[in-house]
Design a protein. Structure first.
Length: 282
């Protein structure tokens, strides 16, 4: 089986062709999901890339690819983002990133993901039950507001969901330790934002969040200097392929389908995170 050789920190590193091919398929799928929902790249790619790249290197490579994917998405939707929510989440999350990076070498990330997966799964279930009751009473009001795609703060949106700042802090810890910032933030933002505003807000938040995490991780973990940069460069190609595919597919997804997709993805993430933890314990 053929392989690619890359020069990294004074040594040649060999990467099998099939590993890069599998990595490319993973990145395409993750990139499509990222474009459609505004999040999900790391959720899909990190667990699978761990089979190709060792330990935290897979996490760091995903952070770099996520930065590229998010930077592409921010070109046309900056005005739709809720910057008031973004800055609040960042303030809560930045300390969490530093803590996450510090514990990444001490705490098994599978256990961390299992704990957070259980919290996210429980939170989503509660919100689904709650939203089902609220929608019965406010269906007409919601239908009149959401199609406009307005991102202006309404009286309802000023009331932040419970656990808003905790979600930001938890997102920071997950970013630093496991490179997965999405579930806590997505769970709170999906309640108060329509589709386009949600997508723009999450994309810009994750972009700034990952940028800080990459700089902090590179500074705090010197071992990352030996990362295989050649593999990162090659995986950027399927990243762009997934971006264009995602933009085509998302035209056919409406608001209702979108929210179902988001909640469904969160449930899958919660269940799989818990499952990974149990498998490791056994």
């Amino acid at each position: 089986m053929g392989c690619f050789c890359f020069y990294a920190r004074g040594n040649f590193v060999s990467v099998p062709f099939y590993s890069l091919l599998l990595g490319g398929i993973i990145v395409i799928f993750a990139s499509v999901l990222q474009v459609i929902t505004g999040f999900g790249f790391a959720l899909v790619s990190i667990p699978l890339l761990l089979y190709i790249f060792p330990g935290y290197e897979a996490v760091f490579i995903t952070m770099l690819l996520s930065l590229a994917a998010l930077a592409i998405q921010t070109r046309n939707n900056r005005h739709l983002a809720r910057w008031d929510l973004i800055w609040r989440l960042l303030i809560a999350g930045l300390p969490g990133i530093l803590i996450g990076i510090m514990i990444s070498g001490r705490l098994n990330e599978a256990y961390l993901k299992g704990i957070v997966g259980a919290a996210v799964l429980g939170y989503v279930m509660i919100q689904l039950a709650k939203n089902r009751q609220i929608n019965k009473a406010s269906k007409e009001t919601s239908a009149a507001r959401e199609p406009e795609g307005s991102v202006e703060e309404t009286a309802e949106e000023r009331k932040l969901p419970r656990g808003f700042y905790i979600a930001g802090f938890l997102s920071g810890i997950l970013t630093g330790a496991a490179g997965i910032p999405g579930p806590p933030v997505v769970a709170v933002l999906i309640q108060i934002l329509p589709k386009e505003a949600f997508r723009a807000t999450t994309v810009h938040f994750f972009l700034i969040n990952y940028a800080f995490a990459v700089v902090a991780a590179f500074w705090m973990l010197p071992s990352l200097a030996s990362i295989n940069w050649g593999s990162v460069a090659i995986l950027v190609i399927p990243l762009f392929i997934g971006y264009f595919l995602g933009n085509y597919i998302r035209k056919f997804i409406n608001e209702t389908t979108f929210k179902r997709l988001v909640y469904g993805l969160l449930i899958v993430v919660g269940v799989t995170s818990i499952g990974q933890t149990f498998l490791q314990i056994i």
